[in-house]
Design a protein around this ligand. Structure first.
Ligand code: G3P
Ligand code: CA
Length: 312
């Protein structure tokens, strides 16, 4: 499963002078190391340790890393003045005291908002006065803080709202050396977005997100954007079409409390060379089930719970 792309070795063969070989070889080693690591199990901290602290804030990210997460998951939108910001929703209403679309506010305006107090009200059992007043973070700030010491699992959100997002994101990651250091995976529900990223830089590992829910008959599962048919009807050709640009799939596990995928789905994805990273798993019995089925990684708001389960 998970065959390696030829792009780096081809580049090395073409550019293989003595002075160039050392740094390029080191970069190739780092990317190769990431790809090897992806063949093992990955703990993906969903919006940081967002079960313990307000999502996409320093406390959530810092706690995720302290809990041993392999990747920080970041959802990325753009401000009105074109800055990449870490926030899940298209609008500000749920996680700040602001209102309306993120894309209609400048970064200066976004920075005035409190992105932490909502969590203390919604989750009093995890509340902490230190969370109040937490700022919305830019991708630049996150990278400045953690650099190449951390791996980032970045989701391109609402790419139709921000046609320039892919280019801005890949340019930033390349400028910071984060692609060649094996520090980033990019994920999206948008096949168009992922294919654009793949065209911009084919070295970036990509994961196609999938969302299965019942169709109009209330029975047959449908994938939100039509990337695949129902899991029951997926063919090898369907998975191969994803494997043409991506390294893995990221399906939901449950819809309305009922599983939408099973062990056969995971086996078939593996047989077609695709990793399977399932979202968003916060209950230990569900973690155990999916680990038993052989998934390659889980998105979770509670990296500490997943660590406990893996150590059982
Ligand atoms: O990215 C995996 C998972 O986070 C997708 O769902 O809505 O939490 O971004 P969402
Ligand atoms: Ca996400």
């Amino acid at each position: 499963m998970f065959s390696h792309r030829p792009a780096l070795s081809s580049t090395l063969a073409l550019l293989g002078g003595a002075t160039l070989m050392a740094p390029l070889a080191a970069q190739a080693d780092a990317l190769e190391q990431q790809r090897q690591d992806l063949e093992g199990f990955q703990v993906i901290a969903h919006r940081g340790a967002s079960g313990h602290a307000p999502e996409h804030t320093w406390p959530a990210y810092d706690q995720a890393l302290a809990m041993g997460a392999d990747y920080l998951e970041l959802d990325v939108h753009m401000s009105a003045d074109g800055r990449l910001v870490a926030i899940h929703d298209t609008t500000l209403d749920r996680t700040t005291e602001g209102q309306g679309p993120v894309k209609e506010r400048s970064l200066d305006e976004l920075k005035t908002l409190d992105a932490g107090s909502w969590f203390n009200e919604a989750h009093p059992e995890h509340a902490d006065d230190a969370y109040a007043g937490a700022e919305i973070l830019t991708l630049d700030e996150v990278i400045d803080r953690y650099g190449q010491d951390v791996r980032y699992y970045i989701e391109t959100k609402s790419p139709k709202d921000y046609p320039e997002l892919q280019d801005a994101l890949v340019s930033k990651l390349e400028a910071e050396g984060l692609v060649q250091s094996g520090s980033v995976v990019i994920q999206s529900f948008s096949q168009t977005s992922l294919k654009e990223v793949h065209d911009l830089n084919p070295d970036i590992p990509l994961v196609q997100l999938l969302w299965y829910s019942p169709g109009e008959d209330g029975q047959t599962l449908e994938e939100w954007t039509g990337v695949t048919p129902s899991p029951a009807d997926i063919t090898d050709a369907d998975f191969q079409a994803i494997a043409d640009y991506a390294d893995g799939v990221g399906p939901n596990y449950l819809y309305d409390g009922q599983p939408v995928i099973d062990a056969d789905f995971i086996d078939q994805a593996h047989a077609n060379g695709l990793l399977v990273h399932v979202y968003t798993i916060n209950e230990k019995d569900q973690m155990r089930q999916l680990l038993d089925w052989g998934v390659d990684g889980l998105f979770t708001n509670f990296p500490d719970r997943l660590k406990d389960v893996r150590e059982e």
